[in-house]
Design a protein around this ligand. Structure first.
Ligand code: AMP
Length: 479
């Protein structure tokens, strides 16, 4: 389970001068350090003319003459020139498989988790196409729309797009809940090139007449399966109806539940299908284990693990907002540097918690599933599933927060006596057993005797009482 079969392209990049090609390294901002090819360009002082005219003149003047693996796949040199500075030198497998088709204008159905380089896989060709069209957005419209399930993921995507588009005229704008809607309405007045949104906030903005999607020619649905889990299906159906039929759509998902296939059918037109990790399977590099422990002993066990690995970043997943908050307070009382992130926190609190965790000012981030996907913090060495998720796929997403960017990572699941069903469901979804690293497994749920319970016999017979109690015996609960 520990063999490093995961991302040779990432390992290669770890040997470059920029060992952490990640968003926390504060990549160049669009207005910060412009690439050298642009330095001599005359500043455009005639803003009125600039707004009214196509930007092609400006764009043609700025095209640098470079030859990289990305330009060879059709990525615009103005974008490709930013990549080495971000540690992106060799295309990752998903980038290799999808960029050429996207550049050609094809729809895409990508089965890939975060950590595979999928933001660049859709972001680079999107910027290339926007630059090639070279038009300004009309007021209250966006030329490209990226939908993401959580504010955190939307923020990460926005940071990436900023970094890839540095030195080009393309601008992104992020609209998520928890931030002032009036400020967003005001900014949308001018129109934006790339709008990055969570579906709920986008619907609010559409209802207020702040944005019209009828001119959006490029759509990305990122982490689409999580958008469905969160209950965004109605929002997604509404949004689909507002988009023009003539558009390019890219849909990325780590898993492919049935509802997703339906969604894909309604959004995509003869898509290119690309998969990099079989859906629902964990990256091979994560060292996983399960520790059986009674519910009451979980906090002390967690403290033991944290102290053993003090100085290393850990994310602890809880099931409820309340439980996660309580655990964070307890850890704080015990002297750990801890932050919490869940749905009851304001946008500002969530952003501050993440920033301090990224900066390694806090060692532990206690989170609900809002942080299960998308978070890309390469320093995260441990993931603790303090409560097992009741949706098995979420386990894969949670543990995917570690072993990123070619590093090692460890994921320990704390399995209470009442969580054995969840554990087995996770193992079934992953098609792999999680090794036991501590405690004693409680008795399995009763299996029906031969000949009872119907074919497969997975559940006890309904009418007769089961022979053994379905809850674990007391002795096992001490484990
Ligand atoms: P993502 O899957 O988009 O969340 O990307 C995961 C991480 O990989 C991010 O920190 C990216 O900056 C980084 N990354 C993306 N593409 C490449 C690449 N071709 N080479 C090295 N790092 C990359």
């Amino acid at each position: 389970m520990c063999a490093d079969t995961r991302a040779p392209w990432l390992k290669e990049n770890m040997t470059t001068e920029n060992p952490r090609p990640n968003r926390s390294d504060k990549p160049r901002r669009p207005h910060g350090g412009k690439p050298s090819f642009n330095r001599g360009a005359k500043p455009n002082t005639n803003h009125r003319r600039h707004r009214d005219e196509p930007e092609e003149k400006f764009i043609r003047r700025a095209i640098p003459d470079i030859d990289t693996p990305f330009t060879r796949m059709g990525i615009d040199a103005r974008v490709a020139i930013n990549l080495p500075g971000l540690g992106i030198e060799t295309p990752s497998p998903i980038q290799e498989k999808s960029i050429p088709g996207i550049v050609e204008g094809r729809d895409l159905l990508g089965l890939a988790q975060t950590g595979t380089g999928k933001t660049a896989a859709f972001g680079l060709p999107m910027l290339t196409r926007l630059l090639n069209i070279g038009r300004k957005p009309e007021p209250k419209t966006c030329r490209a729309l990226i939908l993401a399930p959580t504010r955190e993921l939307a923020t990460q995507i926005a940071e990436n797009i900023d970094a890839y588009a540095a030195g080009t005229p393309i601008r992104q704008f992020r609209v998520v809940g928890g931030a002032s809607i009036n400020v967003q309405i005001q900014r949308l007045e001018r129109g934006v090139d790339v709008l990055i949104a969570t579906p709920g906030r986008l619907i609010d903005l559409i209802e207020r007449g702040a944005i019209d999607l009828s001119r959006t020619g490029y759509l990305v649905l990122d982490e689409a399966d999580q958008m469905l889990d969160i209950g965004f299906i109605h929002a997604l159906r509404r949004i689909a109806k507002m988009l023009p039929g003539e558009r390019q759509t890219l849909l990325f998902s780590a898993t492919m539940p049935k509802l997703m296939s339906e969604l894909a059918d309604s959004y995509l037109n003869d898509p290119l299908r690309v998969a990099v990790n079989p859906p629902g399977q964990a990256a091979a590099k994560i060292d996983q284990g399960v520790h059986f422990v009674s519910q009451g002993d979980k906090a002390a066990l967690l403290a033991e693990y944290l102290s053993k690995h003090s100085g290393e970043l850990a994310i602890v997943f809880g099931r409820t907002k309340h439980g996660s908050e309580k655990l964070a307070k307890l850890l704080d009382k015990w002297g750990y540097k801890v932050a919490a992130i869940h749905g009851n926190k304001s946008q500002g609190q969530r952003e501050r918690a993440l920033a301090s965790f990224r900066a390694e000012e806090t060692q532990v981030l206690v989170a609900t599933d809002v942080a299960a996907r998308g978070l890309d913090i390469p320093q995260v060495a441990h993931v603790y599933n303090y409560d097992l998720p009741n949706v098995p796929e979420n386990y894969v997403h949670r543990i995917g927060r570690t072993a990123r960017a070619g590093r090692d990572g460890r994921a320990i699941a704390f399995c209470g006596p009442a969580e054995l069903g969840e554990l087995r469901a996770i193992e079934k979804a992953m098609k792999a057993k999680i090794p036991v690293v501590g405690g004693e497994a409680p008795a399995e749920a009763p299996q029906p005797a031969r000949g009872r319970g119907g074919p497969g016999g997975a559940r006890p017979a309904r009418k007769r009482p089961a022979r053994r109690p379905s809850r674990a015996p007391k002795s096992a609960q001490q484990g």
